[in-house]
Design a protein around this ligand. Structure first.
Ligand code: ADP
Ligand code: ZN
Length: 224
């Protein structure tokens, strides 16, 4: 069965870190819509120009644009054995569109990472990312000025949308638009929620256990 995974959870829950680990371990692509948008901003494309201001306000890029990006990405050959979506779906219309895109494929495994708001604000205000490759620094060694990326040696910077005002806006956006996905998916046999307020290794272990448990229950999709 293909490992078709989506990660839900508020900003700062650790979706990116966990998705990256799991994707590397399993050899499946991690598809981060946040990374795709940030790359477009850096490259100065039409999409990037539109997305920049929206992201800096902590709001969401339109469903139409995001669904188009993901539809195209999931049509590529490298997702045959599975994929891990990080940052999509973020709204109920995106989730409905994803169900359409997934018709006839193995079922989605839906993983929610749960973390309380106070902890999210603490994590987001202290995190740094690599200017070159986008890698997150571990929260513990994040706030060291002048530190370098462990992966590529690039400069570590604060993300443009990690200021306190924008973080508050992103958490509001999450509550309003994205949290309803917990209800949208919650009743499916392939849905699991894990406690994200634990050390990253423990969260990773819980996610692996959750995936193993749901893979057993999930019926295989059509392979025509
Ligand atoms: P976070 O750390 O908040 O989870 P991401 O890196 O996933 O952030 O995304 C950063 C920003 O990119 C979001 O705040 C939003 O503006 C935009 N974005 C990413 N994915 C989507 C999506 N699926 N729909 C709409 N906007 C998105
Ligand atoms: Zn780097």
């Amino acid at each position: 069965m293909a490992l078709n995974l989506i990660m839900l959870g508020p900003p700062g829950a650790g979706k990116g870190t966990q998705a990256e680990r799991f994707a590397t371990a399993k050899g499946i692509p991690r598809i981060s819509t946040g990374d795709i948008l940030r790359e477009a901003v850096q490259a100065g494309t039409e999409l990037g120009k539109r997305a920049k201001a929206i992201m800096e306000r902590g709001e969401l890029v339109s469903d139409e644009i995001m669904i188009g990006i993901v539809r195209e990405r999931l049509a590529r050959d490298d997702v045959r054995a599975g994929f891990i979506l990080d940052g999509f779906p973020r709204t109920v219309p995106q989730a409905k569109a994803l169900d359409g895109i997934m018709a006839g494929r193995d079922p989605l495994i839906v993983l929610n990472i749960d973390v309380a708001d106070e902890e999210l604000v603490r994590r987001l205000t202290t995190r740094m990312i690599c200017k070159e490759c986008g890698t997150n620094a571990a929260v513990e060694d994040a706030a060291v000025p002048g530190s370098r990326c462990k992966k590529c040696g690039g400069a570590m910077v604060q993300r443009a949308d990690d200021s306190v005002a924008v973080i508050i806006a992103r958490l509001k956006t999450y509550q309003r638009d994205t949290k309803p996905l917990v209800n949208f998916y919650g009743a499916r046999p392939t849905y699991r929620s894990v406690n994200g307020a634990q050390p990253p290794d423990q969260v990773a272990a819980d996610l692996i256990a959750a995936i193993a448990a749901v893979s057993k229950t999930a019926p295989s999709g059509a392979h025509a």
